[in-house]
Ligand binder design. Sequence first.
Ligand SMILES: Cc1cc2nc3c(=O)[nH]c(=O)nc-3n(C[C@H](O)[C@H](O)[C@H](O)COP(=O)(O)OP(=O)(O)OC[C@H]3O[C@@H](n4cnc5c(N)ncnc54)[C@H](O)[C@@H]3O)c2cc1C
Length: 428
Amino acid sequence: MSKKILVWFRNDLRLHDNEMLVEAIAKADEILPVYIFDPRHFEHSRYHTIKTGATRAQFLLESVASIRESFQKFGGDILIAQGKPEDLLPKLVAEYEITEVYHHREVASEETAVSTHVEDLLWKQKVNLKHFIGHTLYNKEDLPFPIKDIPDVFAQFKKKTERDAIVKPCFLTPEKINFVNVAAWGELPMLNELIVNEELPTLNENSEFRGGEQEAFKHLHDFLHTGEDMALSNASLKKNEVVSKLSAWLALGCLSPREVYWKMKEAEASYGLKPYFNQIVLGLLWRDYYRFMFKKYRNTFFKPAGFTSNLKSLPQVDNDLLQAWKNGNTGQPLVDAMMYELNTTGYLTNAARQLVATYLVYELGLSWVMGAAYFEEKLIDYNPASNWGNWANIAGVGNDQRLTNSFNFEKLLKIVDPKGLYSQAVRA
Ligand SMILES: Cc1cc2nc3c(=O)[nH]c(=O)nc-3n(C[C@H](O)[C@H](O)[C@H](O)COP(=O)(O)OP(=O)(O)OC[C@H]3O[C@@H](n4cnc5c(N)ncnc54)[C@H](O)[C@@H]3O)c2cc1C
């Protein structure tokens, strides 16, 4: 019997630097790529927000369409279905006589629970679910400490990791793929089939964020090109002005963090300009840090009290104030301009996220989890670890003691918009 491996794609929608795909192609006679739109990802959260809002759902649809196109160029396709993976995968395994299933490991509880459920069901069919690690810059095996001993203070994590761990080279993009024979690969759903019973907003047709691996490469190339131009003209930027806007592609795995890292290192070797290229590497380290912290502490980041055991009472929920913050109607011009940008594009710079989050927690006195849940709905680059981890630290209930009490609205205001120009520009 021929060996057939089902490659279950989730937040790893790329062909480059994809160990799971490379190994499946090497070990199987034929592979069956699968993407499943899970309706639970589009449900309401307990905070009356939608888990995936329209902007990110659209970006996801574009990213799945893009990987489909890539597989079609190899003479195959990706099987697309809607439903719960634990219902669909065992059926696909039986129907296509699959011998093994590959997927990438996630860290947040809902995703790991689904994996465990699938693993149990496949085990009954005597089929193994193999886990891969492909979301981080550093593999956990290559860190200088086991997960339970990873320093809680980011500065220590960074120092020791950069000193003692290595970033592996990227896996090569496949050149040939043999696919399982499939009669109907399935249609890509429409946006209103994913988000049901909701009025969909009009999406920005000129968005600079288009999903998919090829778009990610274009964006990465543009960032590197800007760096080259700056180096040639001896230009410089302040640290918080360096933004790559790569986060949405990184979040869905259209872009591998290692690919970004090695491109930054190559560019730095060619053009110098370390403060520019290294700022992105620093961001990737923050991203790894929150992911490893999620692995270490699991659900603690989702709890309103976070890591504090002595929080006496939680802030009240004032729906009018919360709604004003969400709609960009607080009366604070910069916060309002940024919330407008979040609502229309799904993207904010890190400094802008810190500013609106600090405003919600310390100026409006609202519960941080309400803000985090709203970000979960609206962000185009949402990932559980980066979102809930950053929010918890801003709210002073995180695990990095050095970040506790370090967020001050007035200070941030001066850093983000010293001349008060931002709010005028965004509204114009
Ligand atoms: C309240 C709050 C919520 C956030 N929620 C998310 C989220 O859901 N998803 C997300 O990807 N990032 C989140 N971040 C982190 C950060 O703001 C974004 O990653 C960054 O603004 C994305 O823009 P960029 O790609 O231009 O980043 P760059 O500055 O160009 O950085 C390069 C990459 O590094 C990573 N990165 C940078 N800063 C951070 C950080 N502080 N924490 C984690 N990763 C970082 C991102 O993947 C980013 O694409 C959040 C930050 C705050 C303060």
